[in-house]
Write a protein that binds this ligand. Structure first.
Ligand code: ZN
Length: 184
């Protein structure tokens, strides 16, 4: 889920093409709802609560960027950089520290249904990804620059989503070959 959050900006590595889904704040609530449904396998039964205030929204964006910097750099350069790890842990700690005391922060998957602020969920998910077994499976999609977890047995996944980015890349290769064949 932490990676899904980072992926709310598409084409991150091409600043002129980058698009931020969260520039529309309605999208944050939509994301929170979808994350609970699509990540049920990873989390169990969970409701993510979107930020309730403008400052909560800004904190979420800050955490999103910290998650992106930490894991994208880890994939591109290998290993965690002190600055990014420290920034992520600081923001994660603040989000958890601001929560109510009765909240249970055991890492997912949850045995029982939980309600969790989206930012607290992103912090827990990010902490889960620090595990080297998971970290070594994080990849960057060459088409859309999304971060994704390659859970295939032989780690052979090349795209975030074969049906979207894989097919687009295949079509482009086909076009390039045809183009060259015609001397274009
Ligand atoms: Zn992709």
């Amino acid at each position: 889920m932490a990676l899904d959050l980072a992926n709310t900006i598409i084409f991150r590595q091409a600043p002129d093409r980058a698009q931020d889904r969260f520039s529309n704040s309605l999208e944050v609530a939509r994301f929170a709802c979808a994350a609970g449904i699509f990540r049920a396998g990873e989390w169990g039964s969970v409701n993510f609560i979107p930020p309730q205030s403008p400052s909560g929204h800004l904190n979420l964006i800050e955490l999103r960027e910290a998650i992106n910097n930490l894991f994208r750099t880890a994939v591109l350069e290998g290993g965690f950089k002190a600055q990014y790890l420290s920034n992520f842990l600081r923001l994660a700690s603040a989000v958890i520290g601001d929560s109510q005391n009765e909240q249970d922060f055991t890492l997912p998957p949850f045995a029982q249904h939980r309600e969790l602020l989206l930012s607290a969920g992103a912090a827990l998910s990010g902490l889960n990804l620090l595990d080297p077994a998971r970290l070594s499976r994080i990849k960057i999609c060459p088409n859309c620059h999304w971060l994704y977890l390659d859970e295939s047995r032989n780690r052979s996944r090349r795209w975030c989503d074969m049906t979207v980015c894989g097919n687009r890349a295949k079509a482009k290769r086909h076009y390039d070959r045809k183009g060259r064949g015609h001397g274009l």
